[in-house]
Structure formats: structure tokens, C-alpha cells
Design a protein around this ligand. Structure first.
Ligand SMILES: C[S@@+](CC[C@H](N)C(=O)[O-])C[C@H]1O[C@@H](n2cnc3c(N)ncnc32)[C@H](O)[C@@H]1O
Length: 209
């Protein structure tokens, strides 16, 4: 697995840690302009730590579904091209707007990822990458409905939270069902559990069918 250009392991006080280059956002350590990227706070960071080949490259155009307060969005924006960041909850979206003020390539959108038609006039077509971390019921459906924004050989980088689909169900059963539904629109390239960083989460890397 190679990290995208603009993501590096660097020395943070004797500990080698993932990092991107930019201004601090959430109180993370910054050394020589490089910000430490905590995989416990970021599914994408955890994917890199676990060696997942996400397919994302520096300068990719990105649709980010479930942006929250912009923690991971800020790191993605440090190495990628435009990042269209969708978040439907007004509280975290306020912090996301602050992130956009320090990064001109972040476009925060207070929108529901289940209703892509409400932002299809803003988000550009033929995107390289969709990153999804919505942690709500219907995660496969959200990915399927947003597939139209991806170019044919683009990639979906999805973090599936089992407990959001079924609080008491066996995570492996939930993941199997999510994968089956995703296969309506995508070819699944790889999957990886995200322990110990995020329990009962599955990373899914997929490309449009
Ligand atoms: C686990 S958090 C995301 C954390 C974020 N990806 C990060 O690493 O910084 C999930 C977020 O998805 C948002 N969300 C859930 N369902 C959504 C939907 N249908 N549309 C937009 N945002 C949604 C929630 O409000 C929450 O902020």
C-alpha cells in the first residue's frame, strides 16, 4: 500500500505518526507544518494505518458524505483537490464552516446525503472519490444513491458502522448484507475491519459497476 502524495509518516516526539501538511484544526500536534492525523478519530486515518489500498491520490476530487465537524475532511483537503463536504446536522456543520475558512478547497454543504438531488447542481460530475462515514441506518443505500457523482473508474471509500444498521445484530451478518446491497451499483475491491481503532466498523473499497 502506498500513501497518497501529501500523506506521510513523520516523527512526533519519538512516535512515527500519519500526518498531512496544513494548519491545526482540532488541537492536534503540528511539527514543521505537518499535522498529526489520529486514526482513532478518523476512519480514513485508520484505513491507512491498517494498510488498506484506498486508491485515493493527491489532487483527487472528493465528495465526502458525513463530514461532521471536519476532522477528517481537513486532512483530506490538505492533500486532495476540491472536497465537497456533506453534513446534515447544523451543530457540527458550524465547525465544518470554520475548517472551510482555513482551506479554500473545502465546500461545506448542509445537506442530507440520502437526497443527492438537493446538491447535484453544486457538486461537480465525474469525481475521483467518494468517502462515506455517515454512521446511520441505510449506509449502502446512501452509497448507491451517490454513485452517480463518480467517474466510471473512480472509487468509493466507505466506513460501515455495524451498530448503526442493527444495534444488537452480529456485525459480520450486517456487513454481508451491506455488501450485497452495495453490489447493485459497485464492484467491491477489498474490505478490512478497522479494529483496534474503530470497533465493529468495516472499510469497503469499491468501484462503480
Ligand atoms: C461518524 S460521524 C463522521 C465523522 C467524520 N467522518 C470524521 O472523521 O471527522 C457521522 C456524521 O454523519 C452525519 N450524517 C449521518 N447521516 C447523514 C446524512 N443522511 N446526511 C448527511 N450527514 C449525515 C452525522 O450527523 C455525523 O456528523
Amino acid at each position: 500500500m502506498t500513501l497518497p502524495e501529501g500523506v506521510q509518516y513523520r516523527d512526533f516526539g519519538g512516535e512515527m505518526a500519519l500526518s498531512t501538511q496544513g494548519s491545526a484544526v482540532y488541537g492536534e500536534p503540528v511539527i514543521d507544518g505537518w499535522r498529526q492525523w489520529n486514526p482513532h478519530r478518523s476512519k480514513l486515518g485508520a484505513m491507512f494505518e491498517k494498510g488498506v489500498d484506498t486508491g485515493i491520490a493527491g489532487d483527487d476530487t472528493v465528495l465526502y458524505l458525513g463530514a461532521a465537524n471536519g476532522t477528517t475532511v481537513s486532512h483530506v483537503a490538505d492533500f486532495a483537490g476540491p472536497v465537497y463536504a456533506i453534513e446534515f446536522s447544523p451543530r457540527p456543520a458550524k465547525d465544518l464552516v470554520d475548517v472551510a475558512e482555513t482551506r479554500s478547497n473545502v465546500f461545506p454543504l448542509l445537506k442530507d446525503a440520502r437526497k443527492p438531488d438537493t446538491y447535484s447542481h453544486i457538486v461537480e460530475a465525474n469525481l475521483d472519490t467518494i468517502i462515506q462515514d455517515v454512521a446511520t441506518r441505510g449506509q449502502a443505500q446512501v452509497a448507491n444513491e451517490n454513485r452517480k457523482f463518480l467517474k466510471n473508474n473512480g472509487q468509493l471509500i466507505l466506513a460501515v458502522k455495524a451498530r448503526s444498521e442493527d444495534v444488537t445484530g452480529d456485525p459480520e451478518t450486517v456487513f454481508a448484507s451491506v455488501k450485497r446491497e452495495l453490489e447493485e451499483e459497485y464492484e467491491i475491491l477489498s474490505t478490512q475491519r478497522l479494529e483496534p481503532y474503530h470497533s465493529d466498523h468495516l472499510a469497503v473499497i469499491a468501484t462503480p459497476k
